[in-house]
Design a protein around this ligand. Structure first.
Ligand code: PXL
Length: 268
């Protein structure tokens, strides 16, 4: 199985490609990367970060790959720095996703009901048009709201299902608990343990582990169960070990039990 991760390289802060590459590879599949930008840190909580968009280079990389005849079983796209990059990722999907392959879009837009720096309504609209080309989308609670305009998750799922066959709202906080909403053959609500606080990079660990599980052939539901368990344990560890949350999640030592579960499910 060959996976392509399209995301930025934030050198510090454990998100995007510095998470996707180790996590997807550890799942036992090839992970190639298409970097969209190079940043000194991610943009959430740091000031004075550097940002080099890689649009021209992405064009050249894709042109070279075409000469190699590369095709991917799964393409996972995350943080995209501009509307032009969203358009480019649609093109990447057309050129490099195998017939019958899976396109996973994490529509990175914001957290805590606000946009990340540099994003706005027009960008969210463009991101929705990328979601319309995906098989699986992974908005968090904030992104679900920014994409659909509603904080009611059942209604958000109705609207997202009209766009994409398998939406997943990765953390829906409701009166009776904390849930993942997803659609496989029907819309479902999976309870997950509630942990207070905001954990930068949790969405990237989630999207990477889920992409790895899907590439290994797990059903969406089983992939979500294993991934939610990894994220829960990584969040508890991060709560204890990482005082400054902008430095990301301490997920690394939680990978082993996750991978053992994955191996048990897939029998090699
Ligand atoms: O974790 C999502 C993410 C990815 N990449 C960059 C970001 C963020 C969120 O802040 O700034 C550059």
């Amino acid at each position: 199985m060959r996976v392509l991760a399209v995301n930025d390289i934030s050198c510090v802060g454990k998100c995007s490609l510095t998470v996707a590459l180790p996590v997807v590879s550890a799942c036992g599949v090839t992970c190639d990367i298409l970097p969209t930008a190079l940043l000194s840190t991610h943009t959430g909580g740091f000031t004075g970060y550097t940002f080099l968009p890689l649009d021209e280079e992405m064009d050249k990389i894709a042109a070279h790959w075409e000469t190699l005849g590369l095709k991917y079983d799964l393409i996972y796209s995350g943080y995209l720095g501009s509307r032009a990059q969203i358009a480019f990722v649609k093109d990447i999907k057309r050129r490099f996703l195998k017939e019958g392959g899976t396109f996973v879009v994490d529509p990175v837009l914001g957290d805590n009901f606000t946009f990340y720096k540099g994003f706005d309504e027009a960008f969210a609209k463009e991101m929705l048009s990328l979601c319309a080309e995906a098989d699986v989308i992974l908005p968090n609670e904030t992104e679900s709201f920014l994409l659909t305009g509603t904080r009611d998750f059942s209604e958000a799922m109705r609207r997202l299902c009209a766009v994409c066959p398998h939406p997943v709202i990765t953390g829906a906080q409701e009166q009776d608990g904390y849930f993942i909403y997803f659609r496989d053959d029907a819309v479902r609500r999976m309870p997950i343990p509630r942990v207070d606080g905001s954990f930068h990079g949790a969405g990237d660990v989630f999207a990477s582990a889920l992409s790895g599980c899907l590439a290994r052939g797990l059903s969406l539901r089983r992939a979500l169960e294993l991934t939610a368990d990894l994220c829960y344990r990584a969040i508890l560890r991060t709560q204890k070990e990482v005082p400054d949350r902008k430095y990301g999640m301490n997920y690394e030592r939680e990978l082993l039990p996750f991978l053992e579960n994955l191996e048990r499910e897939t029998n090699g």
